[in-house]
Design a protein around this ligand. Sequence first.
Ligand code: ATP
Ligand code: MG
Length: 564
Amino acid sequence: MINFIQNIINEDKKTDKYEDRVHTRFPPEPNGYLHIGHAKSICLNFGIAIANGGLCNLRFDDTNPSKEDTEYVDSIKKDVKWLGFDWDDRLFYASDYFEKMYDYAVQLIKKGKAYVCELTPQEIREHRGTLTQPGRESPFRNRSIEENLELFEQMRVGTFPDGSRVLRAKIDMASPNINMRDPVLYRIIKAAHHRTGDKWCIYPMYDFAHPISDSIEGITHSICTLEFEDHRPLYDWLLNCLEIFHPQQIEFARLNITNTLMSKRLLRQLVEEGHVQGWNDPRMPTISGLRRRGYTPEAIRDFCERIGVAKSNSVVDISLLEHCIREDLNAKAPRVMAVLRPIKVIIDNYPEDKVEWLEAENNSQLPEMGTRQLPFSREIYIEDEDFMEEPTKKYFRLSPGNEVRLKHAYIIKCERVIKDESTGKILEIHCTYDPNTRSGDDTSGKKVKGTIHWLSVQHAMPAEVRLYDYLLLDDQDEEKEGENEERDEADSFIANLNPKSLVKLTNSVVEPSLADGEKGSGYQFLRQGYFCVDIQDTSGEKIVFNRVVSLRDTWAKIEKANKS
Ligand code: ATP
Ligand code: MG
């Protein structure tokens, strides 16, 4: 993997900046489940470490007790492992460093670089200024070191109520970078923390906790997304003031994908408001959702590799992600028959009690995957849409008087249809078969234009099949800031949800060989797409399949169009 980050590392190796060490970290906040954007960060951080013989830590950035939970911690660990990465014994929590962070804050106060401020959050905002106007200094800015030490200690022991005081860095209220206008370092939150309990009632801000955690762990390259570019001066300022080990922060563009929400906050809203089944709903862009949908770690890693690492934001077409899982399953998945919307065909000249076991290859492109035996009998199911009573011009599938080949079996001819008198609905199709046309030893010399899939009625296994479409109807900009806009955005994205994102087919049938299909295993249903056995809703009574992706490769088309 050669990208601009690797170039920086190569340069650092030359100048011996970190004594040839490469140490990265993946620092999620445990306030939701990981999504595909996090997968990019995971692949990047662990990938860079592996490529350079270095190390990568998993660190929970658990500095906000009100939103965090151990459920999220557990899911994150599971997802990183599933993606194929290993932090060995380097699992850390920012909360492990609270005591040290407190000491560092005290050091800053002692150096005259931090003060306790009693402005309300609203007043702090008002004093901050704007992009065009400098901020104003807090009236509490010039307190003595002794007074600050005393007040900070009081904050720690719980003397003051939530929101009444903060610790701020003393930098420059006129800085053109708003992040440098005396940013808040500590706030009072009287809430139990999922790991430290009630030990603390002051919690460090991300901008304070992050550089210190990186420094404590000896991180060399602290890779984060572009939003933090303007925070880098603060990152550097803190480490310089404290005179401790100084990692290099490097920013890269976050992943955005068309038709895809990429924010834990919005994903949580979908879960909490019941728009989806849960964090692992197969329509969710979470890693757990993709896993349940039938994506493989290989496909996700391949996707992250292909999109590369850039310094400016862009949106990746979702068809590339789909292309990656298609490629992976194409080379692995057995190809089987499933009839999603069955209609019954009776082969009038086939003996009533006869069952023939026909040989079918498991993957026509991979002979080493072997063959299986497929039962054929007088009554079969075919796909609803593979029959047309009044065929259109280019319709080569089954229609009255016409012949088609049944995959791995015989050529049949449609003789007549039986309909429900009152509704006109087709109940069954009567056909005849030609015994000389058996696949593999066809002596008839017949040529037909259509081949369709089918299943023997008495052997077919009932299944529920779930077809998915995108959760979002079309694209919208999720990169908005500010409270009012946030509200608007929340409403507009709910209005933009696709009402047809899930279609459940409850009358489908699949090959009997799929009875042994393990939960999560992937198949190609011939002519239908890639499917996997749902890990959650499949039980002894019911087998449920998720459609992972259809067979049509829109990415290949985009690529082709770009080339020509
Ligand atoms: P969200 O906005 O979805 O909550 P976040 O950045 O707040 O994401 P964190 O838990 O703080 O979530 O993220 C952990 C790491 O993953 C960070 O280093 C962050 O930069 C990275 N990350 C998050 N989203 C993306 C994305 N879309 N593309 C690449 N990296 C991402
Ligand atoms: Mg975050």
